[in-house]
Design a protein around this ligand. Structure first.
Ligand code: 5GP
Length: 190
């Protein structure tokens, strides 16, 4: 997606050896016009699939999943929660996910009432690095005996192992921008 790549080149910052900060437009301050286009492009990548619901994880995935849903058929968006809120029921599907950026593990959880057997679920997330968030979300779908239609990612770091782990499990992965590597603090796309 050329518009997204342009914004990453202009406004993204490479911090630490392997982390791209895109908080000027993607995951702190949100550029709504760009989100509209991202939603359309994610929807376009999965337009031939039957999708009943979209699953993501808080917090950055939520708005992206909503714009994608709006560009599809306004399917319900469910987001996995990371904290141990008293509001969420005990009746959950859960999976431990190690966060690449926070270097901490959280048990992501979704209330069982939101998924039925054989529903078709599209997974959406902002970044794909080592694939732990996407694998955790896919595990939740599998626990519900629902189907993973595919995994839509906004920015993939192609030099990390996420895609190969997900494809090994048989999941279709679509990313709007794939980073090949970082070179002297600059992003080089594949
Ligand atoms: P994974 O689970 O694939 O290792 O990492 C994906 C998750 O970690 C995403 O949900 C995203 O929040 C975060 N993440 C991983 N790498 C980056 C990065 O380079 N920049 C930002 N902003 N988030 C990242």
């Amino acid at each position: 997606m050329e518009l997204l790549k342009k914004r990453i080149l202009e406004e993204g910052e490479v911090i630490e050896p392997n982390i791209l900060k895109v908080d000027r437009f993607l995951n702190h301050q949100i550029d709504v016009a760009l989100y509209v286009e991202i939603g359309k492009e994610l929807a376009n990548r999965f337009k031939d699939k039957k999708i009943d619901k979209i699953l993501t994880v808080e917090a950055s995935g939520i708005a992206l999943a909503c714009f994608c849903s709006n560009a599809l058929n306004q399917q319900p968006v469910v987001y996995a929660k990371k904290d141990d809120s008293k509001i969420i029921s005990e009746n959950t599907y859960s999976h431990p996910v190690h966060s690449f950026t926070k270097n901490k593990t959280s048990n992501i959880r979704v209330d069982k009432k939101f998924f039925s057997e054989d529903e078709n679920i599209l997974i959406i997330d902002d970044f794909l690095a080592n694939g732990q968030a996407s694998l955790g979300l896919a595990s939740i779908v599998n626990q519900a005996k629902a189907n993973v239609v595919g995994i839509g990612i906004v920015v993939e770091k192609g030099f990390q192992q996420g895609r190969s782990l997900l494809e090994k499990e048989g999941y279709k992965v679509e990313s709007l921008a794939i980073i090949d590597h970082f070179e002297n603090g600059k992003v080089i796309f594949r």
